[in-house]
Design a protein around this ligand. Structure first.
Ligand SMILES: CC(C)(COP(=O)(O)OP(=O)(O)OC[C@H]1O[C@@H](n2cnc3c(N)ncnc32)[C@H](O)[C@@H]1OP(=O)(O)O)[C@@H](O)C(=O)NCCC(=O)NCCS
Length: 373
C-alpha cells in the first residue's frame, strides 16, 4: 500500500482526458484547449459540448444541442411547488441539492445506466439547474418566478430569469465567460465526490446531488459568497489594510485566496479580475474592484498567496445583479457541465473507487461487559 497523504494532496486517483491543470505554469486546459483559446471565442454551450464529446461541435451539431437544451428548459410542476414551499431563509445550496435529488424522481430514465441515457440526463440537468437556481433566488425574495426564454443562451436566460430583464451584450458575454471559467477543474473535491458515487453504479442524479453537497463548503465553492461578505464588511478601500492586518492577526483564512494546485496563481482569476474592473467602470462602481486589488496586493506581500477563481467572481457576480447567496449555486450551474463530463467518462471505463485508510487506532483490546466499564 502507498503511504498516507493528508487531503490526498498530489495523489493521482484516476486517468482523465477532460481537464489538465499545470499549477506551476498557471495553465488550465479543457480537452486540449487552453482556456485562453476558448474564453471570448467559444460560447458556454460550445464548451459544454466539448467537455462531453471531446471535440468542438460543428454548426449543425451545436444547433441540435441548443435545441435539446431548449426542449429541456422546463421544471416539473411538483418541483416548482417544492421550491415555493421551501423556507425563505433556507440556504440556496441546500435547496439546490434537495431539488436536484427530487428532480431524479420525475425522470423515468433516472435509474437507467447506459451512456445515451446518461448523456440525456446530463442535458436535462444542465437545462434545469439554472431554472432551479433562478426560481429559488426570486422566491426567497418574495418575487414570482420568471419562466425561461429557451431561445436565449444559457447565460442570458439565467440573468433574465433572475432579474426579469434580459442582460445587455456585455453582461451576457461576461457571464458566459464566467460560466466557461467555472465549467471544469480536474479532480476537485466535488468532481471526485461525483465520480465516487458514479463508480458504485448509482445514478447521475445521486452523483450530482453528492457533488452539490460537496461544492457547498466554504473551502470549495462556498468561498465566493464569503468573499463578497468580506468586501461588504470592509466597506471601503481605505479600510482594507487595517481589516486584513486584524484578520491575519486572528489567524483567519481569507476567502478567495490560496489553492491546492495553483501555487503561482489561478489563471481564471486573471479573466475575472478584468471582468470585475470592466463592470465596475460600466456601472461607475469601482470600489469592489479597487478593494479587491488592494487585498490581492497585500495578501501577496503578507502571505505569498494569490487569488483563486472565487475572489474576483464575487464582485463580478455582484455587479451582474446576482444576490450573493446565489454565488455558489451559480458555480454549481456552470460545474454541472464538468461534473457530468466526468460521470460519462467514469461510466465509460468504470472501476469502483475504493481507497484504503492507514489504521492508526488501538488494537487487541479485550471486551469489558457494560456493568464493569
Ligand atoms: C483552497 C485551500 C482550501 C487550499 O488548502 P490547502 O491546499 O490544504 O492548503 P493549506 O490549508 O495547507 O494552506 C497552506 C498554508 O497557507 C495558509 N493559507 C492557505 N490559504 C489561506 C487563506 N486563504 N488565507 C490565509 N492563509 C491561508 C494556511 O494557513 C497554511 O499556512 P500554515 O502552513 O502556516 O499553516 C486554502 O487555500 C483555503 O482555505 N483558501 C480559502 C478558501 C477558498 O478560497 N477556497 C476556494 C478554493 S478555489
Amino acid at each position: 500500500m502507498t503511504s498516507f497523504k493528508a487531503g490526498l494532496e498530489d495523489i493521482v486517483a484516476l486517468r482523465s482526458e477532460i481537464c489538465f491543470i499545470d499549477g506551476q505554469k498557471r495553465q488550465l486546459v479543457y480537452r486540449g484547449y487552453d482556456i485562453g483559446e476558448l474564453v471570448g471565442k467559444a460560447t458556454f454551450e460550445e464548451v459544454v459540448y466539448l467537455l462531453w464529446n471531446g471535440h468542438l461541435p460543428p454548426a449543425a451539431e451545436l444547433q441540435r444541442f441548443k435545441e435539446e437544451l431548449a426542449a429541456e428548459s422546463t421544471l416539473p410542476a411538483e418541483l416548482v411547488d417544492f421550491l415555493k414551499s421551501c423556507p425563505k431563509d433556507a440556504e440556496p445550496m441546500a435547496v439546490l441539492r434537495t431539488a436536484v435529488s427530487a428532480l431524479g424522481l420525475f425522470d423515468a430514465e433516472a435509474p437507467v445506466q447506459d451512456r445515451d441515457a446518461n448523456r440525456r440526463k446530463a442535458a436535462r440537468l444542465l437545462a434545469k439547474v439554472p431554472i432551479i437556481v433562478a426560481y429559488n433566488g426570486r422566491l426567497r425574495e418574495g418575487k414570482d418566478p420568471v419562466p425561461p426564454k429557451p431561445e436565449l443562451s444559457l447565460a442570458a436566460n439565467f440573468l433574465y430569469m433572475l432579474r426579469g430583464v434580459e442582460p445587455d451584450q456585455m453582461e451576457e458575454d461576461i457571464f458566459d465567460a464566467a460560466l466557461i471559467l467555472h465549467a471544469d477543474h480536474e479532480l476537485n473535491a466535488s468532481t471526485f465526490a461525483a465520480r465516487v458515487a458514479m463508480s458504485t453504479l448509482s445514478d447521475v442524479y445521486s452523483a450530482i446531488t453528492a457533488a452539490i453537497g460537496t461544492l457547498k463548503g466554504p473551502l470549495h465553492g462556498g468561498a465566493n459568497e464569503q468573499v463578497m461578505r468580506t468586501l461588504l464588511e470592509i466597506g471601503d478601500v481605505s479600510n482594507v489594510d487595517d481589516w486584513l492586518k486584524a484578520a491575519l492577526a486572528r489567524k483567519e483564512r481569507i476567502m478567495g485566496f490560496g489553492h491546492r494546485v495553483y501555487r503561482t496563481g489561478d489563471p481564471r482569476a486573471d479573466y475575472l479580475r478584468r471582468y470585475s474592473q470592466e463592470l465596475g467602470e460600466k456601472r461607475g462602481e469601482l470600489k469592489w474592484y479597487e478593494m479587491s486589488r488592494r487585498l490581492e496586493q497585500l495578501m501577496l506581500e503578507e502571505k505569498g498567496l494569490h487569488p483563486n477563481v472565487d475572489f474576483y467572481s464575487a464582485s463580478t457576480y455582484y455587479m451582474l445583479g446576482i444576490p450573493m447567496e446565489l454565488f455558489t449555486p451559480v458555480f454549481a450551474f456552470s460545474r454541472v457541465s464538468g461534473w457530468t463530463a466526468h460521470l460519462l467518462e467514469q461510466f465509460d471505463d468504470n472501476r469502483l473507487i475504493r481507497p484504503r485508510a492507514e489504521y492508526v487506532g488501538p488494537r487487541d483490546l479485550t471486551f469489558v461487559p457494560v456493568d464493569r466499564r
